[in-house]
Design a protein around this ligand. Structure first.
Ligand SMILES: [Zn+2]
Length: 320
């Protein structure tokens, strides 16, 4: 190893994560070109471009002294070295999982690959990718794993992604680009069922829309009572500008209430009754929206937000 531009050590002498050779190459998918020859050995990213690094002992030597200025990098995994680095008990289970189709569809998450893995009736979410220059696995199981986090599920996802020629980012983060729903899915999988149930009940007590969806999903939402509540809301909303003591804010509140209550109504079963009520709401709002149109310079709610939400609810009911 020479110079100060590299801090790489022979891989096997350092952290366990560096056992697996990671070649970093310009990403042909992103660049639209296939790099030949591939850079071999360990290289490091400096300000977004590649500089050469020390090669691992015995690793094939290609043109890895030449600086390459591609900003978008991909990592190549040495598959045999990866297999060798995994304890035999784990690789045996992973091979069985891949052979039996237990690995679901691969998705690209945070520069790595993620998939659901079914094992013994349970579903796990496993991710593999290059973190801190080491090929790394993440999984929500609590089964045995090696030093780099590779349990049998993560190994199965890795093997599947090698077969699928997945291109790994040179630097990935399993959580970086994770959309909220994926984080929630992860949380749901990790929680004890009793704790999860308590959280759901607590939330239903605070949020009527969520409560309606919960009951509807369980087939327990009483259509009759949902309809009665909505009818009462319509009467109150319609009466908001009667008398002389109302303000623009009251009309805005009525509009927001219409949106929220319509969502709750639509969480239940569709039917002509629900459809007629939403159509009535559209008419009532048409009558009120004029006040907000006139008050365009002070209003904090666009009357069209309410009209659009109601029209969408109507379409949704018609489609069902
Ligand atoms: Zn696992």
């Amino acid at each position: 190893m020479t110079g100060s531009s590299t801090r790489w050590m022979p891989a096997r002498a350092r952290e366990p994560g560096l056992r697996v050779i990671v070649d970093i190459v310009p990403n042909p998918v992103a660049m639209g070109t296939v790099p030949v020859p591939l850079l071999a050995g360990r290289v490091r990213l400096t300000n977004g471009s590649l500089t050469s690094g020390a090669c691992c002992p015995g690793h094939r030597r290609l043109d890895h002294r030449r600086p390459v200025g591609f900003p978008i990098m991909a990592a190549l995994i040495d598959v045999p070295a990866f297999r060798d680095s995994i304890p035999s008990g784990i690789i045996a289970v992973a091979d069985r999982l891949t052979a039996t189709g237990a690995v679901g569809d691969l998705t690209s998450v945070g520069g790595g690959a993620q998939a659901e893995v079914t094992d013994d009736g349970a579903l796990y979410l496993a991710w593999v990718g290059v973190v801190d220059r080491a090929f790394t696995g993440e999984c929500d199981c609590d089964g045995p794993s090696d030093d780099d986090g590779f349990c049998a599920h993560a190994v199965a996802v890795a093997l599947t992604s090698f077969d699928a020629d997945v291109r790994f980012a040179a630097e990935a983060d399993p959580y970086a680009e994770e959309p909220d729903h994926a984080v929630y899915q992860r949380a749901v999988r990790m929680l004890d069922p009793a704790r999860l149930a308590a959280l759901v009940v607590e939330h239903a007590e605070r949020d009527r829309l969520f409560a309606a969806r919960l009951l509807s999903a369980a087939g327990l939402l009483e259509h009759r009572s949902a309809v009665e509540v909505y009818e009462a809301v319509l009467q109150e909303v319609e009466a908001v500008t009667t008398g002389s003591r109302w303000e623009i804010a009251d009309v805005e509140d009525a509009g927001r209430r219409l949106i929220a209550e319509t969502e709750i109504l639509c969480a239940g079963p569709a039917g002509t009754e629900a459809l007629e009520l939403v159509e009535e709401a559209i008419e009532i709002w048409d009558g009120l929206a004029g006040h907000l149109v006139d008050a365009y310079d002070v209003r904090r709610l666009d009357p069209e937000d309410v009209s659009d939400a109601l029209a969408e609810a109507r379409r949704d009911l018609l489609d069902r």
